[in-house]
Design a protein around this ligand. Structure first.
Ligand code: UD1
Length: 461
């Protein structure tokens, strides 16, 4: 099948945006004189995609670009780039001067988030007198065929000479320099009720995505993982180190030069959600082991909270929130009468569970540090904790928000939530040493920024 007919096939099935279709189809007649040649993608049969593509899947583009594209600029693709952590990361990437392609199907986010990200980035660029990077948005389910079309659009075929055989070979070169993958389901409770839905998106979706990226020679990948992969190892009461969970045997050396061999072990993964993150990491570790060209970083988030200090961007999940700060937000907004504190009999200073809360902008900056590190020093599969290293109890977290809001939050002490651990705090050494990254913000700042967002949302509505 020729590239044009293959493109028509994909576009006809999954893309309804007329402008983009036309632009895409006309690419078969573009000028390839600058060392590239027409892109011929393998014909894709329906069997290769065992995912449902929503009837109304739209491929949609929004651009803030002032300068015309010259076709050579590099992009970072952010999949799930309008969600809570995704939108803050997109914003930080733009502030740091990266061109960004956002892919999001809006299943747990809103289009207004794009406008707000764009506005904040433009403001930053204006104040700092720097050009606004390109921001492109595609409303696409990353598991749909439209994703193939999108990746193809940012690729060129390049003719090179093979060093060994001396023969000319054609290879695919992408303008996507790296991919950050946020698009996954993340509710523990929901994952217990709908495990197949979770495995299908978080695991099958990931496998499919990796195959697509390989086709286009994109092998710089950042994966959203979670401290949940440590399972019940968290209960040891010590800061969690990356080597507490490895997927292949590793040798570590302490400062005295003594070598320890760490074997892969898993303990007490509490729910399907946790297993999807574990499987995701394990798959990535195997992929990197098999093909050393892959550079993959899994970032294990602890408890991201807070929001951009502007109060314009925050966490606005669709559906019923279950995480602590979104629930607290509901109480502050009057949508809930009180916070149920799950467990007050943990062996901690006030009996409530201890978590490592980390400002979402610190998490976003952690992605940029990981991308930079991966481009320069990445090698196979690596894991880093994104946490502050400081433990805060649930009651202390509540107090910080009460202080920010200047009002009391009604509480009810109830039983422990199934699957919860008493303490979960990051060891921050590896990220500090390797990535040169550590958190800047405190829990007080997280609470102040969240309250700012909540009060501004209240004023707007
Ligand atoms: C949870 C997930 C974790 C996931 C993370 C994503 C569980 C068991 N773990 O982490 O796998 O990576 O979210 O953000 O759900 N709390 C209350 N009342 C509430 C809500 C929470 O007391 O209404 C307590 C919890 O019991 C816990 C602490 O607040 O002790 C933090 O809870 P949460 O925000 O849900 O995060 P994690 O449980 O740490």
């Amino acid at each position: 099948m020729s590239s044009t007919s293959s493109s028509r096939f994909d576009l006809g099935d999954h893309v309804q945006d007329q402008d983009l279709s036309e632009e895409y189809l006309s690419s078969s007649s573009r000028d390839y004189s600058a060392g590239s040649s027409p892109l011929t993608t393998p014909a894709l049969s329906d069997e290769e995609f065992d995912f449902d593509v929503p009837e109304d899947a739209l491929l949609e583009e929004r651009s803030t670009t002032q300068a015309p594209a010259d076709g050579s600029e590099k992009y970072i693709m952010v999949i799930g780039g309008l969600g809570y952590i995704g939108s803050h990361t997109t914003l930080e990437l733009l502030r740091e001067g990266h061109n960004v392609i956002v892919v999001d199907n809006l299943s747990n986010s809103y289009k207004t988030v794009l406008k707000n990200v764009k506005m904040l980035a433009a403001h930053h660029c204006k104040v700092n007198n720097v050009p606004m990077p390109r921001l492109r948005f595609f409303r696409v389910d990353y598991r749909s065929k439209a994703m193939h079309v999108l990746l193809e659009r940012y690729s060129n075929l390049v003719m090179t000479v093979d060093a060994t055989s001396g023969k000319q070979v054609v290879s695919c070169q992408s303008r996507i320099a790296g991919v950050i993958h946020f698009a996954a389901y993340k509710s523990v409770v929901e994952s217990i009720k709908q495990p197949l839905r979770y495995y299908r998106n978080n695991v099958c979706g990931l496998v499919n995505l990796l195959q697509e990226l390989e086709r286009f020679n994109i092998r710089n990948f950042i994966f959203s993982s979670s401290a949940t992969v440590y399972g019940s190892k968290a209960n040891a009461g010590l800061p969690l180190k990356e080597e507490d969970l490895v997927h292949h045997q590793v040798k570590t050396q302490n400062e005295a030069g003594e070598t320890t061999i760490v074997e892969p072990t898993i303990e007490g993964l509490s729910c399907p959600y946790a297993r999807t993150k574990y499987f995701g990491e394990a798959i990535l570790a195997d992929v990197a082991e098999a093909d050393p060209d892959w550079r993959i970083v899994a970032l294990r988030y602890f408890n991201p909270v807070g929001c951009d200090p502007s109060g314009v961007l925050g966490e606005s999940p669709r559906g019923e929130p279950t995480n602590l700060f979104p629930v607290l937000t509901q109480v502050l907004k009057g949508d809930r009468s009180n916070l149920n504190v799950f467990g007050s009999d943990w062996p901690t200073r006030d009996g409530t569970a201890i978590r490592d809360f980390i400002h979402v902008l610190d998490v976003a900056r952690g992605h940029i540090a990981a991308l930079n590190w991966n481009s320069k020093k990445g090698n196979g599969f690596s894991t880093f904790n994104l946490g502050s290293g400081t433990g805060t109890t649930v009651l202390e977290a509540v107090r910080s928000l009460e202080q920010a809001a200047g009002r009391e939050i009604p509480l009810a002490l109830v039983d422990r939530r199934p699957g919860d651990v008493g303490m979960c705090v990051a060891s921050t050494e590896r990220a500090a040493k390797e990535l040169g990254w550590s958190t800047r913000e405190s829990i007080t700042k997280c609470a102040a920024d969240l309250w700012n967002y909540v009060s501004k949302v209240a004023l707007r509505s």
